[in-house]
Design a protein around this ligand. Structure first.
Ligand SMILES: [Zn+2]
Length: 465
């Protein structure tokens, strides 16, 4: 029976060793040594694990065989190895005076049995060891190819996880965000959404992944997810999940250098793809400013994911009605003073904020290079029928007017000169089943700064039958 063992079946045993090397994270090469038709020793690559450059499968097997046979000469032994031996192993094989070396796959890079050199052919070095290649070569190279393919894809994944910065973008240094008041949450990043093409987008993802309800909080220009720091804890305490992204160009997300990188469609698409990636269901859409301009157009693309709406100082820009004087004044101010002081804007709009809080709003923008988005956004508001985003906003208007069935809480900061009571009155008429708004007489544009009372009202509204 032993006599019937062929070279191919000994090579199978070497392949078993090769596969065992994979499990240990080593390059999969395996070897067996056979004497008188019996396997006397096996070996597999162990260089990495044993910190030993000489721990190739063949050396490991020869060392073991010599030990077992009590002789440093391996006279009468055949060695089967899945990959053509290197010069080191070939040298050792000649020293051991093996009878025969049989290998599987050729190694065009370092093979010393014919591919690069042939030490077995050298009559000065070799008097007795024969060499044969190509036994089970397909199976032997397949195991190597699979190993390197997996390793490459692992490296790709690792590289993606590091989110390398695109050349045409800037990334606000982490130090800018150190020690911000009331913003304790772990940053999450995604850069492999198709629309992002490598740009790193930041978002908060807090609360249970399997919560029935997800509060999706969308900020506007020039804010970031920091705007929702006072509402988020209330949603979390009620057991809900909260997702709060920073739009590209804002907050902790990457900032394209060029203003032309920004468009209504691009930003809308980032939100759609993020929602799909996170597979959000039972979404309560919480929007203010651009969070609403973009966010209110999302449900038409995925209506089944949305369950409620909390809408604050925002609008649908449908291109078929004139923009308000308040908005036009804001747009003009931004055009005249594109580098307006963001901290001061928040300080003026929200007299209750501490200095640390105004500065937190300005933190994402250490210099004008980082501000392409704040310069671009006022011009992106759709203002005629063909503007990018206008058609989809008109479609959304129709959706909210006739198809929306979820609970809606509208809240209005009355002192907002841009998206204040008049704009909100229009929006109110566009949302079916929208109850009388909550009016905050002393509040301005950045209504989420009201925090807990507003979040509590939202919870009650969403939970009332
Ligand atoms: Zn070797």
């Amino acid at each position: 029976m032993v006599a019937s063992m062929t070279d191919a079946s000994f090579m199978d045993l070497a392949l078993v060793q090769a596969r065992a090397a994979v499990a240990a994270g080593e390059v999969p090469v395996g070897a067996v040594i056979v004497k008188d038709g019996q396997v006397v020793a096996t070996g597999r690559n162990a260089s990495i694990g044993s910190h030993d450059p000489t721990s190739h499968a063949e050396i490991v097997a020869m060392r073991s065989a010599a030990n077992i046979l009590g002789n440093y000469r391996l006279d009468g032994c055949d060695l089967f190895v899945t990959l053509e031996p290197c010069a080191m192993c070939s040298g050792a094989m000649l020293h051991a005076r093996l009878n025969r070396v049989v290998f599987g796959a050729a190694d065009p890079k370092t093979g010393a049995a014919g591919s690069v050199v042939n030490l077995f052919d050298n009559t000065t070095l070799n008097h007795q060891t024969r060499v044969e290649g190509g036994v089970q070569s397909e199976a032997c190279s397949a195991v190597l190819q699979e190993f390197f393919r997996n390793k490459r894809s692992e490296q790709d994944q690792q590289r993606r996880a590091l989110h390398p910065l695109r050349e045409d973008a800037l990334r606000t240094p982490d130090a800018q965000f150190a020690g911000l008041p009331d913003y304790p949450w772990e940053p999450r990043y995604v850069s492999d959404l198709p629309v992002l093409d490598g740009l790193r987008m930041h978002y908060l993802d807090e609360g249970p992944v399997d919560a029935d309800r997800v509060y999706l909080c969308l900020h506007g220009n020039p804010a970031w997810s920091y705007l929702y720091r006072k509402m988020i804890p209330v949603f979390l305490q009620a057991g809900h999940r909260v997702i709060a992204p920073d739009m590209v160009g804002f907050g902790k997300s990457d900032k394209p250098k060029r203003e032309s990188a920004h468009s209504f469609s691009f930003h809308r698409q980032t939100l759609l793809e993020l929602i799909e990636r996170l597979d959000l269901q039972g979404v309560v859409l919480v929007v203010q400013d651009w969070g609403g301009l973009l966010g209110l157009t999302l449900p038409i693309a995925m209506p089944e994911r949305f369950a409620g709406l909390v809408v604050m100082n925002t609008m649908l820009a449908t291109g078929d009605t004139a923009l308000t004087p308040g908005f036009l004044a804001w747009r003009e101010m931004c055009a005249k003073k594109p580098e307006f002081d963001i901290a001061r804007l928040f300080a003026r709009s929200n007299p209750g904020l501490s200095e640390a809080e105004w500065l937190a709003f300005a933190a994402p923008f250490p210099d004008r290079g980082h501000r392409a988005a704040t310069r671009a956004f006022p011009g992106l508001v759709p203002d005629h029928m063909e503007s990018d985003g206008a058609a989809v906003s008109r479609q959304a208007r129709g959706y909210w007017q006739t198809q929306w069935r979820g609970p809606t809480l509208m809240a209005v900061g009355m002192k907002d000169p841009v998206l204040g009571p008049r704009v909100m009155e229009t929006l109110h008429s566009q949302i079916q089943g929208c109850f009388a708004p909550l009016f905050f007489a002393e509040e301005g544009h950045f209504l989420p700064e009201v925090g807990a009372p507003l979040a509590q009202a939202a919870l009650q509204f969403m939970d009332s039958p």
